[in-house]
Design a protein around this ligand. Sequence first.
Ligand code: ADP
Length: 477
Amino acid sequence: MGEEVLQGEIIHDIADASLEIILRFDDEGKILYGNSLAQEELGYGNDWQMLGLEKVFPELHLENESFPLDAAQKMTEGMMYRKNGTCFPVRMKVKGSGGQNLLFAINVAKRVETERKLVRMKEEMEETMKVRNEFVANVTHELRTPVNGIRGHVTNLLENGVTGDVKNTLDIIIRCCDNMSAIINNILDFSKLEAGKFVIEQKEFNFYKMVNHTVETNIPAINAKGLRIMVNIDKTIPEYLIGDELRLTQILNNFLSNAVKFTSVGYINIEVTKTVQFDDEIELFFVVSDTGIGISPEEKDKLFKSFSQVDASITRKYGGTGLGLAITKQLIELMQGSVHLDSEKGKGSSFSFSVRLNMAQKSKEEHTVGEQFEFINQDQEMPGFDNVEKFFQFGTPENVQEIKGKMEKLILCMEVDAWDKAENFAHNIKELLEQAPKDLKRAAFRLEMNVRKGDHDKSVEQYDNLRIMFEEAIGGI
Ligand code: ADP
């Protein structure tokens, strides 16, 4: 007998420590016991006085006039009523056997409220997104019209044979219009991607032509900066693939045009290899590397986020919205790929990414890699990041070649009065001669000063002076 009492006490202690409301009731539905939490939540204290279960659960009483146990056993959720008439939602379970029935319940008011809030927030967010996307679509459309108008009129003026300063100004307006169009397109793409409304097309295209065309569009900028480009494509990649040519071009072009934008000395290299082929599905791995300004580890983290440029001064110097890489990353992910960056500040960057495409029927029949393209498969070695230093070590073949290249560009720009570009080349030359003997360094500095002033005669004089000194110096190495 004493042992039974002890057991009863232990069970009550356990029940009191429970995070659930526990009620024990007899076969008639009369409550015999409630644990601490039940006493607290329902407001009856420890004084149940054979209270009927239907007082706590009126729903039970309504559903089943006679006996509540069967009905209670079927219920998993319900409203529990307090002594003062207020109620709260619960999740519950009823176990019964031989006159000893137990009800376990958890107050889920907070969870229900949170869920309701979440649903409301989701609806509000969806509505905001919808309004925002419509707004972006309308605004970008409205912006495109005047930009195209300006560009068209300026093109007409240029075709009428304007020269000198006016032509320079009009060229700048055209460039601004093109930048503006690119920004408008980026904002529209970004908004669509964010709304999950972006659809990747599946159409047949010639892969080699696509790469060649993308490089071709960047050649004027590459040449203007006196850079070199190498493109190597693994020849086992089929000529015709199925995928979204336009978006793949956009991805490759973003990496390539950034490489051009952020490199002033050296090379840009594109490598494409086939990493996986499973039936018709192919995974391609692209690497776009450059010997440009590079990106530090802290800056890397910000890179693929929207509207982020690693440093505010970048915007002023190079332009852009910082949307390019955020869009590119999402497009790559839509093509079941991923993107990676390997870079060292001051030594260059190497962006790599993979995408999945399908092999086209045509490729299976023809088994050709097609005609050779101008920029593809130039099997030259691209220097690694460690070799980039050689550009700046005075007298190395890399250094001499770079200086000669930049000098050729510089004199051309001076002769056509392109002083902005000339200043960039004069600055590059000064940097490339940083480790040269003092008098050569000084000559490079004077040349940059004169070019900056746009003084043609003095610049040519300094140019000749530097050229002679440079040839003497390298002759002696
Ligand atoms: P944006 O449209 O402004 O060029 P991106 O998203 O394409 O924006 O690039 C974001 C930033 O990443 C650039 O402003 C630049 O700071 C950095 N970046 C991208 N590519 C390179 C690169 N090849 N070398 C150095 N910095 C780069």
